[in-house]
Write a protein of this length. Structure first.
Lengths: 226, 293
């Protein structure tokens, strides 16, 4: 790893998340992820993986503690700054979260349109990224016309279209068979090789069994980091 | 950044065409009712003006006023503020008019001395002075002149009509307020439903880093265009009704050439612009409350 890669891009200090009335989803989490790292976040269902990711993309606020993202304390982010912070993060969900009445092209273009890019630039970048995830021939199709693996690839394409620094993947292979899961993983690995920090929450042991990536384990909201 | 917003607004319109059309129809109906009231009000006002002009004050002189005083009285009348023209009607002229009015029954006037009718002056009032209050005050002053027997100006009729028009104007203003509010409420309710139906899309937009402006602007453009199209349709419908009624009115000679008048074009443009703006502003207000990052 180079020195550049050792710069912390995500820092969590003493983060807890409590849901009313008395559910403790995360407890005293201390986490340090460096730029360009690929981290698996594992644990059984209900262990707090999704909550941790939701805190990172500011869908929720911690009850206690502080999170720094690329050096910026999330507690100090104003509502008007939030969209710009989110553009640094690409999110991939288990249920894809694609717009069913929009084509593959339109779904992927959405994350570029919000940045203010216009026609020609969007078209070029979207085509490029869709080719890359292997869906070049299905650019005009709509999500219901695609297989689950293809839909997940569209979701990944949307997440990476505006070149985010971080990708948060929440059970990205949860709905896929083994070959499709491998395909998705290899796309994430490629992106990581280009310098994107990846946090992949999963309880699919097949993904991290090879053991060459850092694996964080969550049990009942408590993080055990090796 | 305007073009992408407009593009998104109209592609959304296309995707939810039926709902959008129904909203536009409700806006059209609300504005239609208002424009129709306003159209009636303007035409009543016009009728009042015509009668106000035609029923100018008539100053009846006492029968014993010497003929030599007539030019002096004429000069005094023509110099009064608000008087445009003065016409002297001698007892002979009055008798001739009466005979013309009676047509076939003019024989009843056979042998009647024209002097039984008093001499009079008919005053034509300037348009700016044509108000029941002004005319009434002027008539009161003239009535005190020693040569004057009485002053008549159809006060009951015009006064009643003007009072009715004043009440009607208040009704038009209040109805405008409520109807515009109805239109804005319907549009914003549709937008609220659209927001609810597209909750997932908005959530995704938030996730990919869309600003509040990026999300809400297409909705505001949609509301503005619904207000614009709806109110234009309403104006168009009233205009075609006006053309139809105008032809019918023209056939009634009894109405003495009183024509119908459509709303002045600047008023139409203002109504359309205000409707569009109210719909857009109200929607912006609703979205502001509904959108949570």
């Amino acid at each position: 790893m180079t020195n550049l890669n050792k710069i912390a891009i995500i820092n969590m200090e003493g983060v807890s998340k409590r849901y009313l009335p008395d559910t403790l989803a995360l407890y005293d989490v201390h986490l340090h992820i460096t730029k360009g790292e690929f981290v698996f976040l594992t644990g059984p269902s209900g262990s707090g993986k999704t909550t941790l990711l939701r805190l990172l993309f500011c869908a929720e606020k911690p009850s206690v503690g502080e999170i720094w993202l690329d050096g910026m304390a999330l507690s100090s982010i104003t509502p008007s700054q939030l969209p710009y912070l989110r553009r640094k993060i690409g999110v991939v969900f288990q249920d894809f979260k694609l717009l069913e009445r929009h084509s593959v092209f339109e779904n992927v273009a959405l994350s570029l349109e919000v940045t203010g890019l216009t026609g020609g630039h969007i078209e070029k970048r979207v085509k490029q990224i869709i080719e890359r995830v292997g869906l070049g021939d299905k650019i005009k199709r709509f999500p219901p016309q695609l297989s689950e693996g293809e839909r997940q690839r569209v979701a990944i394409a949307r997440a990476v279209a505006n070149r985010p620094q971080i990708i948060l993947a929440d059970e990205p292979t949860g709905n896929l068979d083994r070959p499709r899961a491998k395909e998705v993983l290899s796309i994430l690995e490629e992106l990581n090789a280009e310098g994107t920090t990846i946090i992949c929450a999963t309880h699919d042991e097949r993904l991290y069994e090879r053991g060459y990536k850092r694996t964080l384990r969550l049990y009942d909201g408590i993080l055990n980091s090796p | 950044m305007i073009n992408p917003y407009i593009k998104r607004a109209f592609s959304d319109l296309k995707r939810n065409l039926m709902t959008q059309m129904m909203t536009t129809a409700v806006v059209a109906l609300s504005v239609l009712i208002f424009i129709f009231f306003y159209f009636i009000y303007l035409n009543l006002q016009h009728v009042a003006e015509i009668f106000g002009a035609e029923l100018g004050p008539v100053v009846f002189l006492k029968k014993d006023v010497p003929a030599g005083r007539i030019p002096d009285i004429y000069q005094k009348l023509i110099k009064l503020p608000g008087v445009e023209a003065v016409n002297y009607v001698s007892p002979e002229d009055a008798m001739n008019r009466l005979k013309t009015f009676l047509k076939d029954e003019k024989d009843v006037l056979e042998g009647v001395d024209p002097d039984f009718l008093p001499p009079s002056f008919e005053l034509k009032i300037t348009p700016a002075f044509r108000d029941i209050g002004n005319i009434s005050s002027m008539a009161g002053r003239i009535d005190k002149w020693p040569e004057v027997y009485s002053v008549r100006y159809g006060q009951e009729w015009i006064g009643g009509l003007e009072a009715f028009i004043r009440v009607f104007r208040i009704i038009v203003v209040i109805s405008a307020f409520f109807l515009l509010l109805t239109a804005a409420f319907v549009v914003s309710s549709t937008i609220r439903l659209a927001l609810y139906a597209r909750k997932e899309e908005i959530e995704i937009l938030h996730l990919v880093g869309a600003t509040r402006m990026f999300i809400q602007t297409p909705f505001i453009i949609q509301a503005f265009s619904q207000g614009l199209v709806g109110s234009s349709m309403a104006a168009g419908i009233v205009f075609f009704c006006y053309l139809y009624i105008k032809n019918i009115v023209a056939q009634f000679t009894l109405l003495g050439g009183i024509g119908l008048y459509f709303l002045p074009w600047p008023h139409i443009v203002s109504i359309i612009a205000i409707s569009a703006c109210v719909c857009a502003v109200w929607t912006a207000f609703v979205i502001r409350k509904s959108l949570v990052q």
